[in-house]
Design a protein around this ligand. Structure first.
Ligand SMILES: NC(=O)c1ccc[n+]([C@@H]2O[C@H](COP(=O)([O-])OP(=O)(O)OC[C@H]3O[C@@H](n4cnc5c(N)ncnc54)[C@H](OP(=O)(O)O)[C@@H]3O)[C@@H](O)[C@H]2O)c1
Length: 252
């Protein structure tokens, strides 16, 4: 990836922790140019420095994915800095407030859907605005195994990730004639802050791991590897797909 004409320009939302951060580090090690985004200035600037120390050209742009103007600015800043946008990873997400359906409220629903669904829609909107005229680009939305199966106790989160799957297929079909690919990567339980908050302790994490065919939780870098594969030209014939990276969970 070291030829400037072919070095990919990669944008990642929610990049300051977990899967987003691991993906940024993995792309930096491949020599990509990076724009990492999130809601916290200090952590964002620190990550950009860390990525530059790995040899990448990297910038942080603050953006809350629920805000149309901030997402527009994020994409415009990327193009202003690097001249184009080749790969976008729409990773920002929230577990919301899990619990039985009988305890859900309109506010809890909106708090989850605004980030996980509206955030992906706004990201796609502004990324495709740039990629379609370029005639080239690749977008990976981060879904979930819960975007393919039911999740008792996490219904709103599961519904939001089912919506991400629908957005992914629709965006792929709208973009294929422009030479732009849109896919999803759907992780199973991965050792990140989100899983810690979701599980609330080691006992539930062990229970989740033992329910998987592979009998272990995934690591963020295992998701990053799949994202890089499907986003890059190595995945050139893949569009509108959702790649499960879940220790076999959705094969059950
Ligand atoms: N870990 C798992 O088991 C698992 C499984 C399946 C799918 N996923 C998905 O993987 C993605 C990454 O999650 P993770 O596991 O890496 O957890 P994480 O460490 O909590 O990462 C989520 C990131 O999204 C950011 N974010 C949340 N709301 C945002 C908003 N409105 N605007 C911009 N950034 C926002 C968070 O930053 P703040 O500090 O600003 O909130 C955080 O950096 C999510 O889409 C998640 O649903 C995770």
């Amino acid at each position: 990836m070291n030829n400037p004409a072919t070095t990919p320009v990669v944008l990642i939302t929610g990049a300051l922790t977990g899967i987003g951060r691991a993906t940024a580090v993995a792309f930096a090690r491949e020599g990509a140019h990076l724009v990492v985004s999130g809601r916290h200035d200090d952590a964002g600037q620190k990550l950009a420095i860390e990525l530059r120390e790995l040899g990448a050209q990297a910038e942080f742009v603050k953006a809350d994915v629920r805000n149309d103007d901030e997402v527009r600015n994020l994409v415009d800043q990327t193009v202003a800095r690097f001249g184009r946008l080749d790969i976008a990873v729409n990773n920002a997400g929230t577990e919301g407030q899990p619990g039985p359906i009988t305890e859900q409220t309109a506010d809890k629903f909106a708090a989850t859907f605004d980030t996980n669904v509206l955030g992906v829609l706004l990201s796609l909107k502004h990324q495709l605005r740039v990629m379609q005229p370029q005639g080239k680009g690749s977008i990976v939305n981060i879904s979930s195994a819960f975007g393919k199966i039911g999740a008792p106790g996490a219904s709103v989160y599961a519904a939001s990730k089912h919506a991400v799957e629908g957005l992914t297929k629709s965006a792929a079909l709208e973009s294929v004639s422009f030479g732009v690919r849109v896919n999803a990567v759907a992780p199973g339980p991965i050792q990140t802050g989100m899983l810690d908050r979701f599980a609330g302790g080691e006992e539930v994490k062990s229970y989740l791991a033992n329910g998987l065919p592979m009998k272990r939780l995934g690591e963020a870098n295992e998701i990053a590897n799949a994202i890089i594969f499907v986003a890059s030209d190595t995945g050139s014939y893949i569009t509108g797909q959702s790649i499960s990276v879940d220790g076999g969970r959705t094969a059950l």
